[in-house]
Design a binder for this molecule. Sequence first.
Ligand code: C5P
Length: 273
Amino acid sequence: MTTITEPAPAKLNLALHVRARRADGYHELETVFAFVRDGDVLTVTPAAEPSFEIDGPFGRHLSPGDDNLVSRARVAFERHIATLPTFAIRLTKNLPVASGIGGGSADAAAMLRACARIAGVAANDPRLFAIAADLGSDIPACLDGRATIGRGRGERLQPLAGLSSRPVLLVNPGVAVSTRDVFARWDGIDRGPLPDDPLAGRNDLTAAAMAVAPVIGDVIAALDASGTATFVRMSGSGATCFALFDNDIDRDLAAQSIQSDHPDWWCLATRLA
Ligand code: C5P
């Protein structure tokens, strides 16, 4: 085994339609998943003793214990697929936590990909996807890593072409938002299915998330105020919002303006993967 580096890119929901509350407490979704080119980074190195360290700008918000999704992914892989040699894990946390862009899910998916590489298991092995779905609703989409339409809890995936490389700006106001709390505030109104155009959909959790974190309204207003964004939306259960642009210059000017007005907000200027 050699050192393995797995990117754990941020996830966006270009649309998130909540269709029904289920008897098991989850919600039936129709969502458009897309990924960006930047995110957390997971490194796995052969070692005599197992270890797990977290660094990076948001590392202090997480603990590397057994309940971390990365640890749980490794345990589930060994339980269901194959035993692994001992290794040291380093997670560089570049993404804000509890922020609607799937950081923890992306990290768990990166760990499953690393385990698969070490054990010689194919990246598309259905057992990996079964473990992913068991660990969290967004983890199968993160394991797949491409733009997809997600149904069910978000784990039933269908590829979606034509969205790659668009300039995008992500903005988070520094407020952690609990996905569970936001879903619990959904008003129960089914506003209809995804349209054919993935960019013509909605995020049905926006009002619920704004009730939990009103600052989300300020983030959307700041992105709208750029005047050049072609699309502005909240991702997942918030609080991160994002905008698509026609070119990198408009995106970077919007980022500069938002950062100078709100130096404490987190901005990531990137492109769709
Ligand atoms: O699946 P995961 O553990 O990531 O979900 C976190 C929480 O988000 C769940 O406990 C549930 O409250 C809510 N959720 C939901 N419906 C979904 C996905 C998540 O209600 N489809």
